[in-house]
Each structure stands twice: as structure tokens, then as C-alpha cells.
Design a protein around this ligand. Structure first.
Ligand SMILES: NC(=O)c1ccc[n+]([C@@H]2O[C@H](COP(=O)([O-])OP(=O)(O)OC[C@H]3O[C@@H](n4cnc5c(N)ncnc54)[C@H](O)[C@@H]3O)[C@@H](O)[C@H]2O)c1
Length: 351
């Protein structure tokens, strides 16, 4: 394939950001946009210079001038639309989280295998410059064996548009854990290179959203739900078969000094690293010395475009090997399911 002809399904807030990345790629042409909201679809189509606007996804998937689709729609539609696109012979970049649960995610993998098409998840955090740098430093052995990871994304007031699909369990499947917990959990496992969980114990809370507090405003969809029935805080401990443990926290709303507190801290035998803070904590050259290295010298990063969208296009063109294996994303989904189950039962869940 000399270039990729793309369809965009869903013209909401993240699609606007991802569209810029697709446009940046010289070998990607966006042909059509589909969204039941005609106005949003037309606006996005104008932005990416796509000639066709559909309010019916089936019409976009029926086009034979499209090779691949990017799907960014409410979580409840991920499974059905991804399966429909794969069955129509399109390669799929599906934004996170994978699906409402692991069973639904497994169905999408089966559909990709049956169709012989590429399926990739939108784990954009893997391409963050500092995540790539950390991977380089780890490959050099700078941290030694890593036995503990503290992964957190906590917003003081960051609940997406209240009353939109995001805050309804039926449409989203879950709250902060599925929305932002998924990112830092994926980064932790990606850096550890260990997607074999043994068990998980977790707790979830709804302490702000149901009182109408903590809205940050993300999202373009309509306010159509009048209940807030998802978590605005989740915490978990995940034991991996390789021996390391990951402690995870995700908050859409919480009392804390800063508006956004987000990092993945790797604790190794030889050094520790704050991945997003890009700091290394290690003994100094002399006895008793201890140093914090800001912006440590790291090997050149593997994906200078820092973009899941560009990576997807490059994988289809055959110029990059895929680094987001859907089976890894399925494992992440199994862990998220386990956290919700543990939160409900009050028990540790064996995976
Ligand atoms: N990778 C990331 O960092 C990231 C960031 C934000 C959102 N997301 C994910 O992207 C998806 C969309 O999120 P958003 O923030 O753009 O939400 P949004 O509410 O801003 O937009 C959702 C869009 O989907 C459209 N839609 C609804 N049903 C549809 C259907 N059946 N077919 C086509 N379009 C449909 C809506 O009309 C709306 O325009 C979610 O799954 C979300 O978790 C990923």
C-alpha cells in the first residue's frame, strides 16, 4: 500500500486531536467521517479535508475507497463497531478502553483474526516521549530489576462532561478507572514487559460526581443521562506472575494540592525513576551520596512521531512493527474487570 485511505468513526473531542496526527502523516488521506451528529461530523470532515460525511456508520463501512478506520465513540459501542468494521475488511485503530469487559474485547480479537485485518488499540501514552525514554534507560539496565511500580493519574476536578455517556455505567462501563486508570496501568505493564497478572485487589468510590461536584468538562457529546453511576476514584494492587507488584490509583476528582497529579514510578534494585517527571533517583559516585538526576541522558527514542495514529499508519504501510498487541490490551481489560469485581466482592481476585 502506497498510502492509507482512512475513515473516522466518531467526531467527538479526542477525534479532533487524533485527526491532527493523521493529517501530519504524508501517506494518510482521510476520505470520510461518520457520526450520528451531522454537525460534528461535518466540522471534523472540513478539518481533515475529507470529502464525505455520513450519519450512518454502515454507509462509511460500505465504501470501497477506505482501507482502515479510526474508532472513537462511547465505550458501549466499541465492540459492535470494531467487529462490524473488521467484518467489512477494514483495519481498525480502536481508541481505549478496549471494551466494556474482557468478553467483549475477546470478541473483537476473534473478529480481527477471522477477517485477517490489523487491530490496534489507541494506547497513546506508550508513545509519550518520557515513556519511550524510560524504556530506553531500562533496556540499558540503569534501574536494575524492577519490583514495584506506583502508577497514578489523579485529577482534582476532572470528571468529563457531567450527564454525557462518560458518567453513565451503561454507556461507559466504568468511570475514572476505565478512562484514565487504563492508561497508567498499560504503561506500567508495557515498561515492565509483563502482561501476566496473578491476582488483583481493588476498591472504587463515587464521592463527587453524584453530588454534581468535580466536573472538568472533557467531551463533546450531549448531556443525556441524569444519573452519575460510575467511579470517580479507584485504587488497586496488582500482583504479576513475574514477581513485581503494581499499585494503581485513578481519580477524576479528589482533594489534593495540584489539579493534575500523574506519573508512573518505577522502583528498581539499582535506581528508581519517575517516568513522566523524567527524574532518576540513584546513589551518587561516593559513599553515602544520593542524587536526583533531572532529564537523564537516554538513548534515542524509537518513535519520534510520538503518535499512536502515525504508528497505526506506519504499521499498515509496513514501515514499523506493531507495539500494541491486542492480547496485551485484553490482559489490561481482564485486570480492570478484576478490580471492579474485587471492589464489589471485597475479595482478592485470582486472574
Ligand atoms: N486515547 C486517549 O487518550 C483518549 C482520550 C479521550 C477519549 N478517548 C476515547 O475515545 C472515545 C471517544 O471519546 P471522546 O472524548 O471523543 O468522547 P465525545 O463524547 O467527545 O465524542 C464521542 C462521539 O461519538 C459519537 N458517537 C456516538 N455513538 C456513535 C456511533 N454509534 N457511531 C459513530 N459515532 C458515535 C458522538 O456523537 C460523539 O461525537 C472513548 O472511548 C474514549 O474513552 C481516548
Amino acid at each position: 500500500m502506497g498510502s492509507i485511505r482512512l475513515g473516522m468513526i466518531g467526531a467527538g473531542q479526542i477525534a479532533v486531536f487524533t485527526a491532527r496526527e493523521f493529517r501530519r502523516h504524508a501517506a494518510c488521506n482521510v476520505i470520510a467521517v461518520a457520526d450520528p451528529n451531522q454537525e460534528r461530523a461535518a466540522e471534523l470532515a472540513a478539518m481533515v479535508r475529507a470529502g464525505h460525511v455520513h450519519t450512518d456508520v454502515g454507509a462509511l463501512l460500505g465504501r470501497d475507497d477506505i482501507d482502515a478506520v479510526y474508532i472513537a465513540v462511547p465505550n458501549a459501542y466499541h465492540e459492535a463497531l470494531a467487529c462490524q468494521a473488521l467484518a467489512a475488511g477494514k483495519h481498525v485503530l480502536l481508541d481505549k478502553p478496549f471494551a466494556l469487559n474482557a468478553g467483549a474485547a475477546r470478541n473483537v480479537i476473534d473478529a480481527a483474526e477471522a477477517a485477517g485485518r490489523t487491530l490496534m488499540l489507541g494506547m497513546n501514552q506508550r508513545f509519550e516521549r518520557n515513556v519511550q525514554r524510560a524504556r530506553g534507560l531500562m533496556a540499558e539496565g540503569r534501574l536494575g530489576d524492577i519490583y514495584h511500580v506506583k502508577a497514578f493519574w489523579r485529577r482534582r476536578s476532572g470528571i468529563p462532561r457531567m450527564g454525557s455517556w462518560f458518567t453513565s455505567r451503561s454507556a461507559a462501563g466504568g468511570g475514572a478507572l476505565l478512562d484514565i486508570g487504563v492508561h497508567v496501568l498499560d504503561v506500567a505493564l508495557h515498561l515492565l514487559d509483563d502482561f501476566e497478572p496473578a491476582s488483583v485487589s481493588g476498591a472504587t468510590f463515587t464521592r463527587f460526581g453524584h453530588r454534581g461536584l468535580g466536573e472538568g468538562g472533557w467531551g463533546r457529546s450531549e448531556r443525556e443521562f441524569d444519573t452519575f453511576d460510575v467511579d470517580d476514584f479507584a485504587t488497586a494492587l496488582i500482583r504479576l506472575r513475574g514477581g513485581a507488584v503494581v499499585s494503581l490509583e485513578a481519580a477524576w476528582a479528589i482533594h489534593q494540592p495540584s489539579g493534575n497529579d500523574h506519573d508512573v514510578i518505577l522502583y528498581g534494585e539499582d535506581a528508581a525513576m519517575a517516568v513522566y517527571g523524567n527524574q532518576l533517583f540513584e546513589p551518587g559516585a561516593h559513599d553515602g551520596e544520593y542524587t536526583t538526576v533531572q532529564n537523564p541522558q537516554a538513548p534515542a527514542i524509537a518513535y519520534p512521531h510520538c503518535s499512536r495514529a502515525e504508528h497505526f499508519i506506519n504499521v499498515l504501510l509496513g514501515t514499523e512493527d506493531p507495539i500494541i498487541d491486542p492480547h496485551q490490551a485484553l490482559t489490561v481489560q481482564r485486570i480492570l474487570d478484576g478490580i471492579y469485581e474485587s471492589a464489589t466482592t471485597g475479595k482478592e481476585i485470582q486472574l
